[in-house]
Design a protein around this ligand. Structure first.
Ligand SMILES: [Mn+2]
Length: 275
């Protein structure tokens, strides 16, 4: 019994409740606080927790590497489970490290900072065990999770198209065509990707949970208990550094020019001299 308690096993908990966490973007501090809140909430309800992460673990915030490492470590309570989905930033990060193909300039800009959380170029990237492990993890993540009631996905789905026929591009990137759609969808969609303000948004066909943690300091989880939806929020300080980088980035996008020193060589190739 003492051992079961240490392992966080509540032998009376059989029901599983789903919690969905939006875009984390390097905010390990908020992630840790929110996971603690979820564990406390699940213990109080005597349920196991299925925690679905809707993607965008890296870029923008201070500790992308720490966030991915925390996801890889798995839940603190042995009876809980994690479902990690891939976001558009996770997808771009993998491309930027490996092939460098189809990575826009603005993503290269974010990636310079993300790589600092991996120790920068202090050691050759191809020998950076943590970076390689994370790239393998991120590139293998699914794009959707369907529990029969809710469809969990990073950005959303294209209305009028079956779930099985959705394009990867839409699942990772779609905004207006999905967000402004008022009709019914194959499932109620739980998603991140588009910042909806400090509070999550619930409509007839979606639950939007990206509260812009990297700039607002607010990370949100939806608690999906049958027909009843509630929310948990970890609240910390806004990240001034991330806000300043976003300002520089949007100025660059508007001007259509980026710093001449922007390094567009994939990290793994940087470590291997050409020729
Ligand atoms: Mn995002």
């Amino acid at each position: 019994m003492a051992e079961a308690q240490r392992a966080g096993i509540d032998s009376t908990a059989t029901e599983m409740l789903t919690y969905a966490i939006g875009d984390i973007h390097g905010r390990l501090d908020l992630l840790d606080e929110l996971l603690e809140m979820i564990a406390t909430d699940a213990a109080r309800r005597h349920v196991r927790a299925k925690i679905v992460f809707t993607g965008d673990y890296c870029d923008r915030g201070p500790d992308s590497s720490g966030v991915v490492e925390r996801l890889l470590a798995g839940p603190g309570r042995a009876m809980d489970v994690y479902v990690c989905l891939r976001g558009n930033h996770d997808d771009l990060f993998v491309r930027a490290v490996t092939t460098g193909e189809e990575v826009p300039d603005w993503a290269w800009y974010l990636f310079q900072h993300t790589l600092e959380s991996y120790g920068g170029s202090a050691q050759p990237f191809e020998r950076n065990e943590r970076l390689l492990r994370h790239v393998r993890f991120l590139s293998g993540l699914p794009l959707t999770h369907d529990d029969g009631t809710y469809l969990f996905v990073h950005a959303g789905i294209r209305p009028g198209i079956a779930i099985a026929d959705q394009a990867e591009e839409d699942l990772l990137w779609i905004r207006d065509e999905f967000l402004y759609y008022r009709g019914s969808l194959p499932r109620r969609v739980v998603h991140g990707h588009t910042i909806v303000g400090d509070r999550p948004v619930v409509t007839n066909n979606r639950i939007s949970i990206d509260t812009g943690a990297f700039r607002s300091g607010i990370l949100t989880a939806a608690v999906l208990a049958g027909d009843e939806t509630s929310f948990l929020q970890a609240v910390g300080a806004p990240d001034r550094g991330a806000i300043e980088r976003e300002r520089i980035l949007s100025d660059s996008v508007l001007r259509g020019s980026f710093a001449p020193g922007l390094d567009r060589v994939p990290a793994l190739l940087r470590s291997v001299p050409a020729g």
